[in-house]
Design a protein around this ligand. Structure first.
Ligand code: SAM
Length: 179
């Protein structure tokens, strides 16, 4: 096995397809390497990188501001998704890393959409929550949807340009989202 894949044994990256220029690729890894990661032309061209992100942003702007929209039509996964995520947070953060003497715990939900995880996962477990997403319609909707004074900051910004506050967050969470 390629050692760089040793830590990600569950990720299947062999899906073939056609890229933005109509060129075929044999795996997602190959597409990423060719277009953004290792291609010296891509690195020099901000336009290539911007169009990579624009396609995704355009897609998300067309999606409904609902749980179903956030889950790509798989609303039925919501309850299990939140339950499993709570379990993960308990196992990884609360039972191992959390400092019991902490006065205030703050979570940052990145690519949060309308705040589905902010509302059901982070608000119940943290004292304060900040959220970020690139689509302003989602960020606006979150105020009413989350409807919780613990949500103190809603930031509309692309992740690739986002600089979170330093030394502020106990947990930075990214769910159902890749860059
Ligand atoms: C599948 S939804 C998941 C939303 C939320 N994390 C959840 O689990 O309900 C993906 C989210 O990523 C956001 N997103 C996509 N590209 C982004 C980018 N470059 N910067 C910030 N957010 C982005 C979309 O607007 C969308 O809200």
């Amino acid at each position: 096995m390629n050692p760089s894949k040793a830590h990600f044994p569950f990720i299947k990256m062999d899906e073939a397809g056609i890229d933005m220029q109509g060129n075929p690729y044999h795996s997602l890894e190959e597409a990423w390497i060719q277009h953004v990661a290792l291609n010296p032309n891509a690195k020099k061209s901000n336009a290539t990188i911007e169009s990579w992100y624009e396609k995704s942003t355009e897609y998300w702007k067309q999606q409904e501001s609902t749980v179903n929209g956030m889950l790509g039509g798989f609303e039925k996964l919501h309850d299990d998704d939140i339950a499993e995520s709570k379990q993960l947070l308990q196992q990884v953060y609360f039972s191992k890393l959390a400092n019991r003497n902490e006065m205030k715990r703050i979570a940052l939900d990145v690519g949060a959409g309308i705040g589905r995880t902010t509302k059901f996962l982070h608000c119940p477990l943290f004292d304060e929550v900040h959220m970020e997403d690139v689509v302003n319609i989602f960020v606006d909707k979150a105020q009413e949807y989350v409807n919780n004074p613990k949500l103190t900051q809603r930031i509309c910004c692309p992740m690739q340009q986002f600089v979170p506050y330093a030394n502020t967050y106990n947990v930075i969470w990214i769910q159902w989202w890749s860059i």
